[in-house]
Design a binder for this molecule. Structure first.
Ligand SMILES: C[S@@+](CC[C@H](N)C(=O)[O-])C[C@H]1O[C@@H](n2cnc3c(N)ncnc32)[C@H](O)[C@@H]1O
Length: 239
């Protein structure tokens, strides 16, 4: 897909959005980890650890990481469930999965769409999603799929970008992200792709909209907590 098309990934809907997002992550896969660490000052590891802590995983439990990308959730999950548990990562971008394979992430990687997961129903004790739901064409459909693959009592956690509630913090963050992300993208010769981060965050469902959808598809005890002054939000719930 051409750059002009990936540039508008956040504006598209339905199948067009799916294709644009897939092309976008395919085009930045090789630099994704580096840019992720640069943009978050490596804090993404801390946010992942917190998300996994909220799941209260026990050794032996099975976990699916949806929109797994290059697989960085694999290590904190493995630490919690041990070496012999089933841990599966699903993503629709082959180049992102290839990077994960090269890193030898300790989970089984497979291709699939978050809105039609290639996983059996009621098969997992927990599902994680890291910075994935913001990208899906059908948020309610993806949440319903996640619920479907969870066992009764199974837990779900999602970490993603969010808009700070405080207007002053929101304005400052908007300024920082709208300058920083494309600037880093320029450094890596993909300014168009990195404009996607602030734009997709602006368009993403609010915390409460996501919470309402989680409840609608059947999650109980659904709640969320903010991190990084409300720029990151972790949602979680159980079946
Ligand atoms: C921002 S990256 C996050 C990757 C990884 N979860 C992490 O924490 O670093 C978003 C990932 O979601 C994947 N993705 C977006 N929409 C998807 C969908 N509908 N189905 C499967 N994967 C999807 C992209 O291919 C990309 O790898």
């Amino acid at each position: 897909m051409e750059r002009a098309e990936t540039e508008h990934a956040w504006q598209a809907a339905g199948a067009e959005r799916r294709q644009a997002v897939q092309a976008l992550f395919g085009s930045i896969a090789a630099r994704y980890d580096l840019l992720n660490s640069a943009m978050s000052l490596r804090l993404h590891h801390r946010w992942r650890a917190e998300a996994v802590r909220l799941l209260r995983l026990s050794p032996g439990e099975s976990v699916a990481d949806v929109c797994c990308g290059t697989g960085d959730f694999a290590w904190p999950i493995r630490k919690a469930v041990g070496d012999s548990s089933k841990v599966v990562g699903i993503d629709f971008s082959l180049p992102m999965l290839e990077v994960g394979k090269c890193k030898a992430v300790p989970m089984t990687l497979g291709t699939g769409d978050a809105c039609a997961l290639p996983l059996a129903s009621a098969a997992f004790d927990a599902v994680t999603v890291g910075w994935g739901l913001r990208n899906v064409a059908d948020l309610e459909g993806a949440l319903a799929e996640i619920r479907r693959v969870l066992k009764p009592g199974g837990r779900f956690v999602s970490v993603d970008m969010a808009k700070p509630k405080n207007p002053i913090v929101r304005g400052s963050s908007r300024l920082v992200f709208s300058v920083l992300a494309p600037a880093l993208g320029t450094l890596f010769k993909r300014r168009d792709a990195y404009k996607y981060l602030p734009q997709s965050t602006e368009k993403f469902a609010s915390r409460d909209e996501q919470l309402a959808l989680m409840r609608k598809v059947g999650f109980k005890e659904a709640t969320y907590k903010d991190m990084l002054f409300g720029n990151i939000c972790i949602h979680w719930g159980r079946v």
